[in-house]
Design a protein around this ligand. Sequence first.
Ligand SMILES: [Zn+2]
Length: 459
Amino acid sequence: MSLNKDSKAILVIYIQIVLCLFLALAYGFLSPYYLPTAKPVKTGLPKISDKLVLVLMDGMRKDFAFDPKLMPNTYRLSQEGASGISKTSSFPITIAAMRALASGVPYSARDILYNYQRTKTVTKTDNGKVRFTNKYALDESIDSIFQAAKKDGRKTVLSGDDIWINCYGSAISEAILAKADADTPHGTTDDSDVHKGALSFLAEADFDILIIHYQSLDRTGHNYTPLSSKYRKKALEVDRYIAELEEKLPPNTTLFIFSDHGQSDEGWHGKLDNPPPIVTEPPFIFAKSNIAKIQNLSVEQIDFAPTLAFLLGLPIPVQSEGIAIEKIFNLSEKEKADLLLANLKSHTNYIEQLQSNTKVNIKLPNSQVQSKYQTGDFSQVISLARKELNNINQLVELKTKFNLSPFTKAYLLLSLLVFLLLIVTSKTETIPWLVLAISLSSGLVAALGGSIFLFGSLL
Ligand SMILES: [Zn+2]
């Protein structure tokens, strides 16, 4: 059978569609399965602090946070409390860090696409705050510390970017939103309003969790690079904000300062499939109430979710894959062992619910932790529990990794180029419109996915 020119073009388009679908699958648009109906278990442990002030310093690099000359207050807090780096759990972008932090679940490529379709309904109140009535937050099918807090009758408030609302919706009960700045291509470089909002929330002290999101450092880095004098100046400014927050903290409140991702010397997040450590190892600091003095910790961003749950005495978000950072707390070895045991119980509980509600079949190995606990050797219990938690994570392959081979990258790029060439050179009037529409839309999906992986970041 011989094909004429148009039939050949259609055939190539069909092949492209198959390729695009294959690539879409390969690149994680099919994210790992999470059981949305799973119920968390109570840890049975008392809360460690009454309140949490959570400060996101967007795009802060570790070499800045831990340098007494560049950020004196941040550095001082890092030495007084617990500090280190937290490895980004999937992509080094803001929303991925937010997901990891509060849910203990890594962010997938599918989530990126999904999140860009979010809409929300905002109602303004007279006092300049806003409330949200949107039904569809990004993570409504995934548990979080904010949802756990809400269920427990506690209140989470926000001063900062509305990206938090996209993610956590009505779990955040009140907010003062950052204003967009039309003069800069990367959003606002002025956090004075966000800081003012944060101070007003602190003055009222009517919250259990206060989220503060300073964006100016990230935006300044994107505009002028982290090596610029402007970034240095901005770092000092945000550092001053930290000292002002510290002064106004309510009693028995833990201050948690963290960065979602670093920034390359060129002012970007790096290529998302292979970013440098300055991007993927952003700094974190726990300070003030009930926090131990310990430095140079190395954790994963997903580990914050169980840690913050223990801090506030909330159930661990049920789908969380994180392992609590017990070292940061001023607790006895036995109390720390209890945290890890509760963490293990939460993990096991979720796996059991997965097994009874889905076709997933995972054979959990016998746990040795309980018998070790009886011997009273609690530091052994801690390390054994950590090992078992890691084993469970590996066993169910909960971790999502995006290490693409050079071949796969070349394949994606090439198929995109062929596709684009075909669209440009085809006589569109001779190609059935449906085929064209399907190939265009699948091409867009592949192009967006491809650009995320190959050419850097969106946020
Ligand atoms: Zn960011």
